[in-house]
Design a protein around this ligand. Structure first.
Ligand SMILES: Nc1nc2c(ncn2[C@@H]2O[C@H](COP(=O)(O)OP(=O)(O)OP(=O)(O)O)[C@@H](O)[C@H]2O)c(=O)[nH]1
Length: 367
């Protein structure tokens, strides 16, 4: 994907989950498999969990440990904005920011703070909720809010599946599906999800990589995993992977049909990104699209000179039906005589998702 407004924005991912569910383990896994990305981590130290900051500190370019206390309570929006401003300075060359929320944090508050932020260089990257498969029932009993967290998550990582039987695994998956029907769910042990779910391979110029000195990060190897070796069978478990589908369509997209598709994104489809050509409905602009979980934004920008007008999308998810998705998207293209992109009102549905002023967004309430 070439440079674009959406491309320049840095996704801010919220990593949540109850104490001991495996957030730090997952984060360390992502840091080892970061595919050349520079990952910044904001660790919310809570009480004795100062160790968390140390666990990740040796592996990241920039770690900002927020002081004591629960991030969503102790750190106000302005403070978080300050951290994000620092991390998104071009000189920091950060590709993705992960906020590891305290096990006690209300993730929704964090998500709201990110959405309400006024930093144009960041974009919401999704709420990832880590769940301990072995402690699932006990956690729900002790923390009834678990159900709410699962329901608002964009991606649920069902972790510690090595500690449950296949039958128990299936049962828990069934309960999660009932609680958060929109979220993509991936199963994992030791947090080994495919990083492609959260971030793309880095697109840094090759020369830059060449002149860079080897850092401590580069010297770390996968053998240093905290769990059993990767070839224990779990790494290749079908649930741990992600799938992606590329869609390329020369005909303009009908805004109403595309919105109908996006509004009813199927379960498992976690990310959608790319550019949309709405043809005569807006001949001047292409629309960068960024969807994660149920969050959706369009970023109109003038067509770069010499760029061929077409729609190019990448869809990423777990357990997605490629053929069905492709077919549904082709139907959105204006290919037949009944296709119409000249109706101005047809764009209203799209414009609802063009980023409003931060204040307006905050007032709009839920995602
Ligand atoms: N058996 C098993 N153990 C795991 C797995 N993932 C993490 N653990 C272990 O579970 C413990 C807690 O993992 P952490 O990654 O520290 O969990 P956390 O959610 O960051 O914990 P807090 O920081 O307390 O909120 C550690 O001892 C991990 O090694 C897993 O998939 N299977």
């Amino acid at each position: 994907m070439n440079s674009s407004t959406a491309g320049r924005q840095i996704p801010v991912v919220v990593l949540a989950g109850f104490l001991g569910s495996g957030k730090t383990t997952l984060l360390n896994h992502l840091l080892r498999r970061r595919a050349g990305n520079r990952v910044a981590v904001i660790v919310n130290d809570f009480g004795a969990v100062e160790i968390d900051a140390m666990t990740v500190a040796g592996q990241v370019g920039s770690t900002v440990s927020l002081g004591n206390g629960c991030l969503c309570c102790a750190v106000d929006a302005a403070e978080l904005d300050g951290y994000l401003d620092r991390l998104t300075r071009p000189a920091a060359r950060i590709d993705i920011i992960v906020i590891e929320a305290s096990g006690l944090a209300e993730p929704q508050e964090l998500v709201r703070m990110i959405l309400a932020g006024d930093n144009p260089r960041t974009v919401y990257g999704g709420l990832v909720e880590v769940v301990d498969a072995a402690e699932f029932d006990a956690t729900r009993e002790r923390h009834p809010e678990t159900d709410r967290h699962l329901a608002i998550a964009d991606l649920v990582v069902l972790n510690k599946t090595d500690r449950v039987t296949p039958a128990e695994h299936e049962r828990v998956l069934g309960v999660i599906a009932e609680l958060g029907p929109d979220a993509a769910v991936v199963s994992a042990s030791y947090g080994r999800i495919d990083p492609g779910l959260l971030f793309d391979p880095a697109t840094r110029p090759a020369e830059e990589e060449k002149v860079r000195q080897l850092s401590f990060e580069d010297l770390r190897t996968d053998e240093e995993d905290e769990g059993p070796a990767e070839d224990d069978g779990h790494a290749h478990h079908p649930h741990t992977g992600y799938e992606s589908l590329s869609f390329d369509e020369p005909a303009a997209m009908d805004p109403r049909r595309l919105m109908a598709f996006l509004d009813s994104r199927p379960e498992g489809l976690y990310r959608v990104k790319g550019f949309v050509d709405f043809g005569a409905a807006d001949p001047d602009n292409r629309y960068a699209v960024h969807a994660v979980g149920r969050f959706l934004r369009f970023y109109p920008e003038p067509w770069p000179r010499g760029t061929e007008r077409r729609t190019q999308l990448v869809l990423i998810g777990s357990g997605i039906d490629h053929d069905a998705l492709e077919k549904e998207l082709r139907v959105c293209a204006v290919t037949g005589p009944d296709g119409d992109t000249t109706d101005e009102a047809a764009m209203w549905g799209v414009l609802r998702y063009v980023r409003p002023e931060p204040a307006a967004e905050e007032a709009a309430g839920p995602l």
